[in-house]
Design a protein around this ligand. Structure first.
Ligand SMILES: C[S@@+](CC[C@H](N)C(=O)[O-])C[C@H]1O[C@@H](n2cnc3c(N)ncnc32)[C@H](O)[C@@H]1O
Length: 297
């Protein structure tokens, strides 16, 4: 974790001195912190300044809050945690209040969340490869199992790929001369994980096909990009939005998983209340309540 923190500082272009001046401490303190020596408070301040967050912990804004949430999630008492970590109950309680040393915090972290890693910084693009490569990321089957359970079997994948695990009765495949932007959609349920480089085009298509009654329910899995006028003025009145908590590990053409470096949402059109409730039981996230109008005085 300290190695990742150092890397985060370097990739921000900050020297130890720069970080020190942001935190109001001397460069020696940062040097020691990066070696795991010093107070947890310095580490927490550095994490915040570098927007450095870890995955695999409980909810909370700071590392102490997240460690506390994680311990509770795992139903571990202070007593049990003390036995597992070799730290005293008093030390654990101090750490959870944000006090104590970095060394003790790391010991606690290693027991509570041994696989904690740096959360990839938020970006709006995949960041690697050419456009075709970036657009060919496939929805993993464990995620799809929740989609089938919530919405039923998929009748149409209008932007399918032979390498994708998505199971659909009808697949429109670019590689076989198909074009989901031109061909008419059909069926009860369409699942759309579109090429993100042409997101708006695909959302418009999904909306038109659903409005035309060609498909009863459309479920789109897309990045949270909500800034276009069309989205705000048209789509939002009919689509329902499920904001995903956490990110999805999409598969690339080699079957290797990669988490999106951006947030995702499900846009559903024509979904039943039961389907929405079922989805919420299986996939962490939140259906957004869309207010029709907000009056400003
Ligand atoms: C992000 S991938 C998703 C594949 C699959 N739907 C899934 O969820 O795993 C998007 C796919 O859309 C395909 N595609 C791009 N333009 C298309 C078009 N006009 N018609 C049909 N498929 C298209 C790309 O080849 C790419 O494989």
């Amino acid at each position: 974790m300290l190695e990742e923190l150092r890397e985060a500082r370097r990739s921000s272009g900050w020297s130890q001195r720069t970080l020190a001046s942001r935190l109001g401490v001397d460069a020696q303190t940062i040097k020691r912190m990066e070696k795991g020596v010093g107070s947890l408070a310095t580490l927490v301040a550095a994490m915040s300044a570098l927007d450095f967050r870890l995955t695999g912990l409980g909810s909370g804004k700071t590392l102490p809050e997240q460690l506390t949430a994680r311990r509770r999630e795992r139903s571990l008492s202070l007593e049990k945690t003390a036995t597992k970590t070799g730290l005293s109950r008093k030390t654990i309680a101090t750490l959870e209040r944000g006090g104590g040393s970095i060394a003790s915090a790391l010991r606690l972290l290693a027991v509570l969340a041994p696989h904690a890693r740096r959360r990839a910084p938020e970006r709006s693009y995949w960041g690697q490869g050419d456009r075709e490569d970036r657009d060919s990321r496939f929805t993993p089957s464990d995620f799809m199992d929740c989609i089938y359970a919530a919405f039923g079997a998929i009748d149409l994948d209008p932007c399918a790929n032979l390498l994708s695990p998505v199971v659909a009765r009808r697949r429109i495949l670019l590689s076989e001369g198909g074009d989901g932007l031109l061909e008419e959609w059909s069926g009860d349920v369409a699942f759309v994980n579109p090429p993100f480089s042409a997101l708006l085009k695909w959302l418009r298509r999904a909306y038109e096909q659903w409005r035309a009654g060609n498909v009863k329910t459309v479920v789109c899995l897309v990045p949270v990009r909500t800034d276009s006028a069309w989205f705000q003025e048209t789509l939002v009145s009919d689509a329902e939005i499920y904001l995903l908590k956490g990110r999805i590990r999409f598969l690339n053409a080699e079957g290797k998983g990669q988490h999106t470096p951006f947030s995702l949402m499900i846009l559903a059109m024509g979904a039943s209340t039961d389907s929405k409730a079922c989805l919420a039981r299986m996939i962490p996230g939140r259906w957004m309540r869309l207010a029709d109008t907000v009056e400003c005085s």
